[in-house]
Design a protein around this ligand. Structure first.
Ligand SMILES: [Zn+2]
Length: 325
């Protein structure tokens, strides 16, 4: 009787572990869009092309991800003639554009371990750019934060420009929050730049930074970036060319790998929860995934202190691309 009870409890445990394993495998998306790959090209009307894939609804149709090198906007291109280019020819074609200049400036921003990438725009801007990271989290999106943000800036800016860094795992586990954010965009409350924050966003609290986040042994940075793009596209969210390293951690090799995908690593000179104060043109970093209330409190204290200037449009939020080098 005792043996059978132990056996039963063990088999329940084994079943539970197997179930969790299967669930986590199901959450780890395989390639989401058929034959999604890096592709360099351009169209006759000035779009750069950075990716291609097969339309899941009709795999005979090729879809391209177009990038406007002046506005930094992206969109899927269907039925347009696309001229393939070698990586060298593609870089030559982009070199004089705002996007090409930002890519060139990034090459000088490979710092060891932490906070590589551009981190601040034009220092003459009266205000800053707000970047909000949605790392994997069991907690719901902090919608109160967005309500307060809109209430604070609605009279000065409509839509309000914000950058939101997305991970594939957060997207998988927060479908209702994704709809909520898309509605804010649709209602023109927010103008959202969707930033690539990798698919899995590996993190081990006890591991040293040299073996943590994207540097976790076994992590494939290229795959992480491309999977996150697919997770966005599958939900009709357009991935911008901006990329944020999880934990702002990288090394030179990984940094160059991300650059070689045509992505622009985005550091931050003002991670509010770490006590860094924003300056003119800063790329301010906060988390609205329920895990960093201190950063949000600091943000609203700052906004409160600037409320008169905000009302008079003398202190604003700016899109990332504004004031880039
Ligand atoms: Zn993160």
């Amino acid at each position: 009787m005792y043996v059978s009870l132990v056996y039963k409890s063990l088999s329940v445990k084994v079943f539970f572990i197997a179930f969790c394993l299967l669930l986590s495998l199901a959450l780890q998306a395989q390639p989401i869009l058929p034959n999604y790959q890096v592709f360099w090209g351009k169209t006759i009307n000035g779009w750069l092309v950075i990716r291609r894939w097969q339309d899941p609804a009709d795999t005979t149709q090729i879809v391209y991800l177009g990038l406007n090198p002046v506005t930094f906007r992206t969109r899927p291109l269907r039925g347009l003639p696309v001229q393939p280019l070698s990586p060298m020819a593609w870089h030559t074609a982009t070199a004089a554009t705002p996007y090409g200049l930002a890519l060139a400036a990034e090459r000088f921003r490979s710092t060891p371990l932490q906070d590589a990438g551009l981190q601040r725009a034009d220092t003459n801007l009266r205000g800053f750019s707000l970047t909000i990271d949605l790392c994997p989290s069991r907690k719901p999106l902090d919608r109160t934060f967005f309500d307060r943000l809109i209430a604070a800036f609605d009279s000065a800016e409509r839509p309000i420009p914000v950058a939101i860094s997305l991970t594939g795992l957060w997207l998988n586990t927060h479908p209702a929050d994704v709809v909520y954010l898309k509605q804010l965009q649709y209602k023109r409350k927010l103008a959202i730049t969707w930033v690539n924050h990798t698919y899995h966003h590996a993190y081990k609290p006890a591991a040293p930074l040299t073996q943590n986040f994207i540097l976790t042994p076994g992590t494939n940075p290229t795959q992480e970036a491309l999977l996150a793009e697919q997770a966005m596209l599958a939900r009709n969210l357009m991935p911008s060319p901006f990329f944020r390293f999880p934990g702002l951690v990288s090394d030179a090799a990984v940094f160059n790998q991300i650059l070689s995908l045509g992505l622009l690593p985005m550091g931050s000179d003002a991670w509010l929860a770490k006590g860094q104060r924003p300056q003119s043109g800063s790329w301010v970093l906060i988390h609205a995934n329920g895990n960093e209330p201190a950063g949000l409190a600091d943000f609203f204290a700052l906004i409160q202190s600037k409320s008169t200037q905000i009302r008079n449009r003398q202190y604003l939020l700016y899109p990332l691309e504004q004031g880039l080098p």
